[in-house]
Design a protein around this ligand. Structure first.
Ligand SMILES: CC/C=C\CC/C=C/CC(=O)SCCNC(=O)CCNC(=O)[C@H](O)C(C)(C)COP(=O)(O)OP(=O)(O)OC[C@H]1O[C@@H](n2cnc3c(N)ncnc32)[C@H](O)[C@@H]1OP(=O)(O)O
Length: 319
């Protein structure tokens, strides 16, 4: 990538639910208008946002879960996930992604976004299963709301968005990739909505997203069977748009965004919004119902038992 203008590093946050709720309230309160007033560089963020970042960093420790860089010349941002071992999405990680998405969305200097991973062979393992196993119910609901938020922000983004899928991308990882405008993937990995294989159910908005991406019939089969597709199968189905060797994934995503940037932005954005708005509106209108449904489903004894067995199988496999 060319000259990097600035870098925003968001580090892990404390785990307390109260803090997460506070964070959400702050991001809502200091959302659109304040961030718009921010200067060109991330380091000149508005006071409220700066404080927010300081809080996060000071309570953080040294690991970096999400790195965001913005290329000065092209206005293309790169969001690199780095939450070992497999970039699974827990409440804190999702919150950081949402904060970064909000900032990028409201920066007049950013026109495109690439999402990728720093973890070898893994794009994103989907939701952190530990969030759903023996959960605290308040946190579980907040977790789901934060995932909804990520989908609404990413699928509804005005930016040109691309997923540079440089590793495995099951379930929530596939959701994240499909929420982008374009997907370029390296060969030899798996991607798909495999929820039924875990004994859980992809909610209606996951279903709508895959249907919007690759059509009803193929989605119907993929969802019921919980199929994880190879990169090549995903390309044939239209789940991803291009396969290139691993080392070319990022550069290809950048080139693709450049191509999209040649289209008048206003026309492209209105078109995108018209196409995606019905799905986003549907989730908005059923948001609380969807959270309650998720909570009631996940906390069932039978589902807890199934999740416990799945966790065990993952642990055994990892040994
Ligand atoms: C009404 C609606 C109701 C419910 C809807 C709920 C929707 C859920 C959507 C989801 O996203 S569910 C999550 C689905 N994800 C998966 O099934 C992925 C499972 N993981 C894998 O298949 C593999 O780990 C991998 C292909 C991603 C990577 O393979 P590999 O490189 O061989 O790593 P390991 O399998 O050895 O795993 C390393 C380490 O990471 C832990 N782990 C893996 N995935 C997750 C995860 N999603 N959440 C939390 N932890 C995960 C795994 O247990 C290993 O941990 P150790 O402590 O044993 O090292």
């Amino acid at each position: 990538m060319g000259q990097v203008q600035s870098r925003l590093t968001i580090s892990p946050t404390p785990t307390k639910l109260a803090w997460m709720m506070h964070l959400r309230m702050l991001t809502t309160m200091h959302g659109l208008c304040e961030v718009r007033q921010c200067s060109k560089r991330w380091k000149n963020l508005c006071p409220q946002t700066k404080n927010l970042q300081k809080c996060q960093m000071s309570s953080a420790g040294s690991s970096e879960m999400l790195q965001v860089t913005v290329d000065d010349k092209s206005g293309i941002a790169t969001m690199t996930m780095c939450r070992p071992p497999v970039n699974s999405l827990n409440l804190e990680f999702l919150t950081q992604i949402n904060i970064a998405l909000e900032k990028l969305e409201n920066s007049k200097d950013c026109s495109g976004l690439i999402i990728t991973s720093k973890i070898p062979k893994i794009f994103c393992a989907g939701l952190d299963i530990m969030e759903m196993y023996q959960p605290n119910v308040d946190r579980l609901q907040e977790f789901w709301r934060t995932l909804q938020e990520m989908y609404i922000r990413l699928y509804g983004s005005q930016l040109i968005t691309a997923a540079a899928i440089n590793g495995a991308s099951p379930a929530g990882g596939c959701l994240m990739a499909m929420s982008c405008d374009y997907r370029v993937m390296a060969p030899g990995y798996k991607i798909g909505l495999n929820e039924t294989q875990l004994g859980i159910v992809a909610p209606f908005w996951f279903q709508d997203l895959i249907i919007n991406t690759m059509g009803f019939r193929q989605s119907e089969m993929a969802l019921q069977l919980g199929t994880l597709f190879t990169s090549e199968e995903a390309l044939n189905l239209g789940m991803v748009d291009k396969i290139v060797p691993q080392e070319q994934v990022m550069e290809t995503a950048i080139q693709e965004i450049h191509k999209w940037k040649k289209i008048p932005g206003f026309a492209r954005q209105i078109t995108k919004s018209a196409l995606r708005k019905p799905s986003i509106d549907k989730l908005h209108s059923k948001r609380e119902e969807d959270i309650a449904n998720f909570r009631d489903f996940i906390t069932k004894d039978s589902i807890q038992k199934t999740l416990g067995m799945y966790i065990e199988s993952l642990k055994k496999k990892a040994k």
